[in-house]
Design a protein around this ligand. Structure first.
Ligand SMILES: [Mg+2]
Length: 245
C-alpha cells in the first residue's frame, strides 16, 4: 500500500492524556515534521472540541478538514467552517442537551471528582482524574436514557474521560465521509490511535499504528506498536516504512 493520508488521534498520541504542560522540544519537532512536507498530508481525528482542534491545526499547518468531537463535528481551517458530521440531526442534538442538563444538575453535584468538559456541541465528556468513578456515572446516564426514548447515545471511556456520543456517530462514519470527500481509498490511509474509541479508525484504514501507552485492545489490533509512548511514539510511527516510504 502507499499511504496518501495520515489520520491521527490527539490525546495519548500527540499530547499526554494527563493535564500537564507539553514537552515543547518534542512538540516543536513534531510540528516541524508535519509542516516539512516530507510526509503524506495529515489530519486529526479526535474527541476534542473544534476550538481546541483549530489551534492544533494552526500549529501543524493542517488545512483540514479535521474530525472533532469523535466524528460529530468537522472543521476546515482553510475556510474557517465547522459543520456537523454524518448522523447528527437537530432532534438528536436537542435530546443530547436534555441528557447533558441532567448530568450537570443531577449527577455531577454528587461527584466532586468529576467535571463537565466545556466547549462541545454534539457530544459531551465528563473528565475525572479518578476514572474508577465512571461506572457509577454511566449507570445514572443509562437509567436516564432508559426513561427517555428520544435520547440515543453511546457511552465510552478513554483514560480520563467518559464520552457521551450520539448513536451512529463515531470516528469511523466521519472518517468514511471525510475520505469520500478527499477522494482517498481507506486502504491508502494510515491511522494512529490509542484507546477503544479509535477502533472504528482501525477498521477504516489500511495501516494502523499505536504508541506504547495504548490500551491492550488497541495494541492487539495494530499493524505496528511503537516501543515509545505518546508523541515519541508518534514520531517513531511516522518513520515506519509504511508511512515514510
Ligand atoms: Mg486518544
Amino acid at each position: 500500500m502507499s499511504v496518501e493520508w495520515i489520520i491521527a488521534d490527539v490525546d495519548g498520541c500527540i499530547t499526554p492524556e494527563e493535564s500537564v504542560a507539553w514537552d515543547l522540544g518534542l512538540f516543536s519537532r513534531f510540528a516541524q515534521t508535519v509542516r516539512s512536507g516530507s510526509l503524506p498530508p495529515m489530519t486529526l481525528c479526535t474527541g476534542r472540541p473544534q476550538p481546541y482542534v483549530e489551534v492544533l491545526m494552526k500549529l501543524f499547518d493542517i488545512g483540514g478538514p479535521a474530525i472533532c468531537e469523535n466524528g460529530a463535528v468537522f472543521y476546515s481551517l482553510d475556510d474557517n467552517h465547522a459543520w456537523y458530521g454524518p448522523g447528527v440531526t437537530e432532534a438528536k442534538i436537542i435530546a443530547l442537551r436534555e441528557l447533558r442538563m441532567f448530568v450537570e444538575t443531577d449527577v455531577l453535584p454528587g461527584e466532586p471528582d468529576a467535571f463537565m468538559q466545556f466547549g462541545k456541541e454534539a457530544q459531551f465528556s465528563v473528565f475525572s482524574k479518578k476514572p474508577d468513578i465512571f461506572p457509577r456515572i454511566k449507570d445514572r446516564i443509562d437509567a436516564f436514557v432508559q426513561a427517555h426514548e428520544s435520547v440515543e447515545v453511546v457511552v465510552t471511556e478513554s483514560h480520563y474521560y467518559l464520552n457521551v456520543s450520539l448513536e451512529g456517530v463515531d470516528k469511523g462514519n466521519a472518517l468514511r465521509a471525510l475520505l469520500n470527500e478527499l477522494g482517498v481509498e481507506p486502504h491508502n490511509v494510515a491511522g494512529i490511535g490509542d484507546t477503544a474509541g479509535d477502533l472504528p479508525l482501525r477498521d477504516n484504514v489500511g495501516f494502523f499504528a499505536a504508541p506504547a501507552n495504548a490500551q491492550p485492545a488497541i495494541k492487539s489490533v495494530a499493524d505496528y506498536v511503537s516501543p515509545y509512548p505518546t508523541l515519541e511514539g508518534m514520531l517513531d510511527i511516522l518513520k515506519h516504512k509504511q508511512i515514510a516510504g
